[in-house]
Design a protein around this ligand. Structure first.
Ligand SMILES: Nc1ncnc2c1ncn2[C@@H]1O[C@H](COP(=O)(O)OP(=O)(O)OP(=O)(O)O)[C@@H](O)[C@H]1O
Length: 262
């Protein structure tokens, strides 16, 4: 999935996009556990829909250049997290193509991909190791990671025994210390307390200043405007508008904003 970014010498597009989705569709089943059975894997893309199936995303196409910060906007259940999971490679599309040309650091679920029964310490080594860091590199950053998360007393506690806020602290701390050029942040930060959230937001600003690419899902307008210049507005599984974040928020508010009091 990871390869060098080509640099064309001429033309309107200065770079090959870091992320490129073309006509992407993904369907889920409402009434069953799991998405597909083994037979479905060989049934091809044109198999008929089963009862209860619906398209969580359909005909979604966009390109993202390196260093862009993109806010993903939409009501609950409109496919925002699913979009991030597609970019992270955690789920595969049923239609279309997802190309991600650089490594991805995802903070898309409260667990951050951490293993419940492992201690905080072991989870830090496991997650950072899976993202290509050597033991030596992790040793060097370990104190920083724990200092940022402020969970010194819980290094040998199984991850499952941390509070929700503490889980997010350590997950963000690790994810934001990875070298991956693309960062995905779902709404999980909302669980952190105010002071910690602000610390995370400053860290995100530093990462953006360093040229990282960001996908940021939030229901908070102020936060979206703070980080993102571009927005994607998802509604009923479709990408309704792709444009400057202020236009996206205006359109979203016009469609679903709180009506004025009479
Ligand atoms: N693994 C799955 N199996 C079945 N349905 C799923 C699965 N994952 C997501 N869905 C459904 O897909 C739709 C989109 O979900 P998604 O989590 O992407 O929405 P969202 O926009 O992130 O919502 P929210 O703002 O509430 O977090 C929802 O109807 C959800 O119930």
């Amino acid at each position: 999935m990871v390869s060098a970014v080509d640099r064309p010498t001429t033309g309107a597009r200065a770079t090959t996009p870091v992320i490129e989705l073309q006509d992407v569709g993904i369907r889920f089943r409402r009434n069953k556990r799991g998405r597909r059975n083994f037979k479905d894997l060989f049934a091809g893309r044109n198999r008929r829909a089963r009862p209860g199936e619906f398209w969580a995303l359909k005909n979604v196409s966009f390109r993202v250049e390196r260093g862009e910060a993109i806010g993903v906007v939409g009501r609950n259940g409109q496919g925002k997290s699913t979009l991030l999971k597609l970019v992270a490679g955690v789920v595969l599309p049923d239609e279309g193509t997802v190309r991600v040309r650089e490594g991805v650091a995802p903070l898309i679920e409260i667990t951050g991909g951490f293993v419940d029964d492992l201690t905080v310490r072991d989870n830090v080594y496991l997650t950072a190791g899976l993202h290509g860091m050597t033991k030596r590199q992790i040793d060097d950053r370990f104190t920083d990671i724990i200092d940022f998360a402020e969970i010194h007393d819980f290094l040998d506690t199984p991850y499952k025994h941390l509070s929700s806020g503490m889980k997010v602290r350590i997950a963000f701390s690790v994810i934001s210390r990875l070298e991956e050029p693309v960062i995905l942040v779902d709404e999980v930060l909302a669980v952190g307390d105010k002071a910690f959230r602000e610390k995370c937001y400053r860290r995100i600003e530093e990462l953006l200043a360093g040229g990282r690419t960001l996908f940021f899902v939030s229901h908070n307008e102020k936060d979206l405007r703070r980080f993102c210049r571009r927005g994607l507005y998802l509604d009923k599984g479709a990408l309704v508008v792709d444009g400057p974040i202020s236009e996206i928020l205006d359109r979203y508010n016009a469609d679903y904003g709180i009506p004025p009091k009479h």
